[in-house]
Design a protein around this ligand. Structure first.
Ligand SMILES: [Zn+2]
Length: 586
């Protein structure tokens, strides 16, 4: 299969191509005659030509085509085909599969043993291509950083160079300790991958055939791989040791925590286990130590919504409420608000469960019900500490609600979250909790409801065809915004988007999937919002104990976008997809 063109040797070829000069050519020949060393070896060692030129010439001499791997996307199934450790050892990258022919980039394409080995292992016919060592190293390093590979054992060989540090009992495990035990390394790999892929949770669920390892990335659970059944108990035991949980207690749910450091990122891990019929399920929540505090614009607030929210949180007294289900980004919004309010002139205290984002200069307290520190007790204690601004993690019950309202009435700015779906739903909910309607009307400044949608990956974004009925629905929602006189008058940012979308046909986009977005087509998230200001009319409706719907209608008349409308605007802007908005806002 390999055609050897031995009529010309590599040094002559390089000279013909003017890649080396006559002096260099003489030097090579002279060394060859003097030492008897292989000519190719001499050319390589002398370094007269670039790696790439050498590889090309070498390929030409031996009739092997050169492949430049720069910018090549290696399909995931080919990455899985040959274990990373094997690829590294033999310096190969399988990069294209066409029928039963597998194109493999090799540093040494004359290595017939390796070719034979790959053919046996994959049962494809290997077409060897020559490439540079640098290209192979780079591609394999990239793959190493990605998800756990086909064979845990193979992937584990890579972790010996890991930067992972696990903080146990105040001390640290040495790298050597991590290396020694295979299970410990697997756990290390699982954690490191989670941190590197910015996952928020790790789920390990035992099943009949094996355990499912899943990561929550950008709010969506993604399956990473199946862990062999026989390893499950050992992995759980290892995690429980790290989190200082009872290893032998498998019948009841347990909680624990520990920290890991990957590179410069310190991550706090909350571990919880749950007994299932197949064994213990474990969920690990990753909390970054260095807070993710953003500007409101970065979060996705804009136009009238941004203006109103900013105005209302800057008032010295009253209540600011953020609503939405778990995982809708409420905590980040509040932390960002605190960061904005945090100046030397104010004293800010927070009581949270748990403290998820640290805001420098803010006194953050974690509730501890066993020690008697609840949201309500904490709030009571705070009021004796002369704060200006109080953040209560969540209003869960009437007692906390009442204390919050009391704090707002006595000259504090109170920020909190509520578990309601819409902004307008927060007022009836607080009434249900036993707060007097006149107190609500006079203390609440603003209520913000939010969801997070995944953003289309900008690297692989492309226009896609949309069925006519979907476009019709988009038009209906957009024209409902266009008919809103308050918005068209007061929200130039929204007007701009509406104008642009009404000029031509609506274009929708999606990500087709690339290596930058782990083939999901999405990268990063952005909030969609509704911001309800306590206007005179909303105040009156609150006094009348009106329904959420009545409040919503008036708020929208007064220029509030609802979640769906804000989401649709993001869709026509090409920031997210319709299915994302439907997923979170319907
Ligand atoms: Zn992409």
């Amino acid at each position: 299969m390999l055609k050897f063109d031995t009529t010309k040797s590599i040094e002559d070829l390089l000279y013909d191509r003017k890649l080396i000069n006559s002096d260099q050519l003489s030097a090579i020949k002279f060394e060859h005659v003097n030492t008897g060393k292989d000519l190719t070896q001499i050319v390589k060692e002398r370094g007269f030509v670039s790696d790439e030129d050498f590889v090309k010439a070498f390929g030409e001499v031996y009739g092997i085509e050169y492949v430049n791997l720069t910018g090549k996307q290696i399909p995931a199934e080919l990455v899985e085909l040959v274990p990373l450790s094997v690829a590294k050892k033999y310096n190969i990258v399988p990069y294209l599969l066409d029928g039963d022919k597998l194109s493999v980039a090799m540093v040494d394409p004359l290595d017939l043993q390796t070719i034979e080995f790959i053919e046996r292992k994959t049962s494809y016919t290997v077409i060897p291509f020559i490439t540079s060592q640098k290209d192979v190293d780079r591609i394999l390093d990239e793959q190493k950083g990605k998800a756990i590979g086909e064979e845990i054992s193979a992937a584990l060989e890579e972790i010996s160079q890991t930067t992972l540090k696990i903080d146990e009992t105040g001390g640290e495990l040495t790298d050597a300790t991590i290396r020694d035990a295979p299970i410990a390394r697997i756990v290390g790999m699982i954690l490191e991958t989670a941190v590197k892929t910015l996952a928020s949770d790790i789920h390990l669920e035992p099943g009949e055939k094996g355990s499912r390892l899943r990561y929550r990335i950008d709010g969506v659970l993604e399956e990473k791989r199946i862990i062999p059944k026989e390893m499950h108990d050992s992995i759980i035991a290892r995690i429980k040791i790290l989190a200082k949980m009872k290893i032998d207690e498998k019948r009841i749910p347990l909680d624990g925590r520990f920290k890991v450091q990957v590179g410069n990122t310190q991550t706090d891990l909350r571990v919880s286990t749950l007994p299932t019929i197949y064994g213990e399920k474990v969920v690990i929540r990753l909390l970054k130590e260095e807070g993710a505090v953003f500007t409101f614009k970065d979060l996705g607030l804009r136009g009238l919504s941004l203006k109103r929210f900013e105005e209302q949180i800057l008032k010295p007294v009253g209540m600011v409420l953020v609503t939405g289900p778990t995982g809708s980004g409420k905590t980040v919004t509040l932390a960002s608000a605190l960061a904005k309010l945090n100046t030397v002139r104010v004293n800010i205290v927070t009581i949270e469960d748990p403290v998820e984002i640290r805001v420098p200069g803010v006194n953050q307290v974690q509730i501890n019900p066993q020690a008697g520190l609840t949201f309500a007790n904490g709030l009571r204690a705070f009021l004796r500490q002369d704060p200006n601004i109080i953040m209560v993690g969540e209003i869960r019950d009437g007692e906390t609600a009442e204390l919050g309202v009391h704090a707002a009435l006595t000259g504090h700015l109170v920020l909190s979250t509520l578990h309601t779906n819409s902004a307008s739903g927060a007022l009836p909910r607080l009434l249900d909790m036993g707060i007097e309607n006149f107190l609500l009307a006079s203390t609440v400044n603003v209520i913000l409801a939010q969801r997070l949608v995944r953003k289309i990956c900008t690297n692989c974004k492309e226009e896609h065809d949309t069925p006519a009925e979907v476009l019709q629905e988009m038009k209906t929602i957009l024209s409902s915004i266009e008919r809103n006189k308050t918005i068209m008058l007061k929200d130039p940012e929204v007007v701009k988007i509406i104008k642009k979308s009404s000029e031509g046909p609506i274009k929708l986009y999606k990500g087709k999937g690339c290596d930058k977005c782990a083939n999901t087509g999405y990268k990063g998230r952005i909030g969609i919002f509704e911001v309800l200001e306590m206007s005179d009319r909303i105040g009156r409706l609150t006094l009348e104990s009106s329904t959420a719907q009545q409040i919503q209608d008036v708020a929208m008349e007064e220029g509030m976008l609802n979640l769906m409308q804000d989401g649709y605007l993001r869709v026509v802007e090409g920031v997210t997809t319709l299915s994302e908005v439907m997923r979170v806002a319907k």
